[in-house]
Design a protein around this ligand. Structure first.
Ligand SMILES: NC(=O)c1ccc[n+]([C@@H]2O[C@H](COP(=O)([O-])OP(=O)(O)OC[C@H]3O[C@@H](n4cnc5c(N)ncnc54)[C@H](O)[C@@H]3O)[C@@H](O)[C@H]2O)c1
Length: 695
């Protein structure tokens, strides 16, 4: 076997050439892989090979581009060079596929004349998830094999398909059961057959039937646009992927390729993909804790306890049952337990992705009880009772008594002091915050909160288990509201001020929605219920929220809040009565109402969050700026195409942000406008919040 480059080797089996890519961990298309493909094909031509088999070592076929090369200087041949060498080869080229043929990997496979794959192999074009599109012919070749509707689905969702599905449309010519050796043997046999039977050099680019049959028909494009409208709001890449497939349908192949290239370059050099690529790495970095090394022992969590089966407890329990970890859930009485478990069952039944058998299987993993003593065999217990320090301390003292000595005790508190909670136990080193977001079975974020005494094993366990249940775990320090809610609270102050000054709730919400957030603060309040923490006895009409509650406005639950809700559709309509109430309240307070611009709304809602994020970072409650971004993207729906609040502030320019914060500090006042020393310093030095890291 000859080494062509550091990652590609060449050998012959009879008169068939075998090119093997070995670029761990995922055989990404680094420059030396591209070089090896070009050299390997040239060698096969030079030694008159009858056919070529392209196969990969390790756990997968080429799984995509080498994204560490993005934005860097181009080195070695382009991917297109490698693809042309294969597609235009004078002998049949067979790709042997195992693992995942994704992105550039699939685009390479599409330039082989034939594809043989293990039954377990997966195929996909996930570029859309990085704000991109497959820029090496994927959008032009894929629909020629799988048809336009499926190609549209795949490029807009990034979804993978299996070998069986791939074989239906001719994306795979032969599916093999067995291991890597069987795949290699089958690919060689296929190649020999192709030679013996003089099979044509089937070029995907020349197969026009499936694209021509859709020419002039806008239906599949209208359908996909309607289907993804909600999820894709604000994103450029899904639409650009669709346009590429339109080009595949309506233009000759080479023209389509050009259009794909043009749109690819626009995305690649644009701000959205830059933000999404940054975010990709941010999420991976979040799992690393500098003072908790990789080899820190992690507790073996075989059974989890959940205390409280309310809104959060039920959802938290589902996360563990979903991955096969048995859960004991304890409530204060049978009625609350039955209600809580009923909600869990209903959530499973409503979910389209769970079969009736799975519902039963998962429910069977959840054992209800009204006695905390039943936590005796749990390795981790997560508390989700009411947000009340006395109660939390009381239940933690009890947990400490009934749980195994080595069990880890976690609290799902949103704001309360973890150290104070831990002090109620004899094991503060085994206490940690595990802050899930609502709905806990859906939201990806897990904000773990380290107490002063949380041990490395406790922290490592919380981070590891988070990953195991499919969450993105971020480690926060123990400050009021931790990372996410501490920042959110500052936005709230300004949103409430803005409506007194003349902005309407609808305007504030619209500006933030248009920015890309799922909803603004007033829609959010209506959803949560305006009367959370409100008591009629003590209400004194001293805030807009109080007067709203006093006038019977409770939010979505009774159809009236900052908005009026349609009883059927729950669609919100701005309510002039609310605007009047706010104005009267402002007048009574001596606040003059004026026209507030959208730009002011945006700055006053988002800059205090940025400022607070910088303070959190500076005070060491977040490990790195990018962690703050991960919290906001996964926990609060910050649009990933804007990277996160830290990254976004950097992209606006910290000097500009600092300038505006100082302006509002002078004109409006309030501690949340006092500029973060870190932000001020980075603004002066030309530094970046999203790159700032502690430890
Ligand atoms: N709701 C959210 O959006 C959200 C998000 C993140 C964190 N949290 C936090 O999660 C915790 C729970 O919030 P929630 O919204 O699920 O509240 P909830 O009122 O829906 O549920 C609390 C449950 O705890 C039960 N409970 C109370 N005392 C108990 C005891 N001594 N033993 C056993 N069970 C007891 C109650 O019966 C109730 O079912 C709070 O600390 C809250 O701050 C809530």
């Amino acid at each position: 076997m000859a080494e062509l480059t550091e990652s590609v080797s060449y050998e012959r089996d009879g008169d068939v050439a075998i090119i093997t890519v070995d670029n761990p961990p995922v055989n990404a298309l680094s420059w030396h892989v591209r070089q090896g493909l070009v050299d390997g094909m040239a060698q096969a031509v030079a030694d008159d090979s009858a056919a070529v088999v392209l196969i990969c070592a390790g756990r997968t076929f080429i799984a995509g581009a080498d994204i560490s090369e993005f934005g860097g200087e181009a080195k070695g041949p382009s991917l297109q060079d490698a693809q042309s060498a294969m597609e235009d080869a004078p002998m049949p080229v067979v790709a042997a596929i195992h693992g995942t043929a994704l992105g550039g990997g699939l685009e390479v496979a599409l330039c082989a004349h034939y594809r043989v794959a293990l039954a377990s192999a997966k195929f996909g074009l996930p570029e859309v998830n990085l704000g991109l599109l497959p820029g090496a012919g994927g959008t032009q070749r894929l629909p020629r094999l799988v048809g336009v509707p499926k190609a549209l689905d795949m490029v807009t969702s990034g979804r993978h398909i299996g070998s069986a599905e791939a074989a239906e449309g001719g994306l795979v010519d032969e599916v093999i059961d067995g291991d890597h050796d069987a795949l290699r043997a089958a690919a060689l046999a296929f190649a020999a057959r192709a030679v013996a039977n003089n099979m044509p050099l089937a070029k995907v680019r020349e197969r026009n039937e499936l694209v021509e049959s859709v020419r002039g028909d806008s239906a599949p494009f209208d359908a996909i646009r309607a289907k993804i409208a909600r999820k894709a709001r604000g994103f450029l890449a899904p639409e650009y992927n669709i346009r590429c497939i339109e080009a595949a349908v309506n233009l000759p192949f080479d023209e389509g390729l050009k259009e794909e290239r043009r749109l690819f370059m626009e995305l690649m050099t644009g701000p959205q993909s830059a933000a999404q690529r940054y975010y990709f790495f941010a999420e991976r970095a979040a799992n690393k804790v500098p003072d908790v090394p990789k080899d820190t022992p992690v507790a073996d969590v075989r059974r989890v306890g959940v205390l409280g089966a309310g809104t959060m407890g039920g959802g938290i329990a589902m996360n563990f049952a979903n991955v096969g970890i048995p859960v004991t859930i304890v409530e204060r009485d049978q009625e609350s337990l039955d209600r809580g478990l009923g909600v869990v069952r209903k959530n499973y039944e409503r979910s389209r992705s769970t079969t009736p058998e799975q519902v039963e299987q998962r429910m069977s993993l959840i054992t209800g009880s009204t006695d905390q003593a039943d936590f005796g065999d749990c390795d981790l217990v997560i508390e989700a009772v009411f947000e009340d320090m006395d109660l939390k301390q009381q239940v933690f003292a009890k947990l400490d008594e009934v749980c195994k000595p080595d069990a880890i005790l976690a609290s799902n508190t949103s704001y309360l002091n973890i150290d104070q909670i831990a002090s109620a136990t004899s094991r503060p080193s085994q206490v940690i915050g595990m802050h899930f977001f609502s709905p806990a079975n859906v939201m990806k974020l897990l904000e773990n909160v380290r107490g002063a005494e949380s041990s490395p094993t406790t922290i490592a366990t919380a981070m590891t288990i988070g990953k195991q249940i499919g969450k993105v775990a971020v480690l926060a320090g123990n400050c009021d509201g931790f990372i996410g809610n501490r920042m959110l609270a500052r936005r709230r102050v300004e949103a409430d001020r803005l409506i007194l000054e003349g902005a309407t709730p609808e305007q504030v919400d619209r500006v933030l929605y248009d920015f890309g957030l799922p909803m603004g603060p007033f829609a959010m309040s209506d959803l949560a219920g305006l009367d959370i923490g409100w008591k009629a006895e003590t209400s004194s009409g001293s805030t807009v929220r109080e007067i709203m509650c006093e006038s019977g406005r409770r939010g979505q639950k009774n159809g009236r809040g900052y908005y009026t809700y349609d009883p059927e559709t729950r669609a919100p309509t701005p309510d002039p009565e609310v605007v009047d109430m706010i104005r009267d309240f402002a007048v009574a307070k001596g606040i003059e109402q004026r026209e507030v611009t959208d730009q002011e709304v945006l700055e006053r809602c988002l800059y205090p969050m940025v400022n607070e994020g910088a303070k959190i970072l500076d005070e060491g409650y977040a490990i790195r700026g990018s962690d703050v971004d991960v919290v906001w993207v996964n926990g609060y729906g910050w649009p990933v195409y804007r990277g996160g609040p830290m990254y976004w502030a950097d992209s606006v320019g910290l000097a500009e942000v600092a300038d505006r914060i100082r302006h509002y500090a002078d004109t409006l006042g309030g501690s949340h406008w006092q500029i973060s020393p870190l932000l001020a310093r980075l603004a002066d030095e030309g530094g970046k919040l999203h790159q700032h890291a502690n430890g």
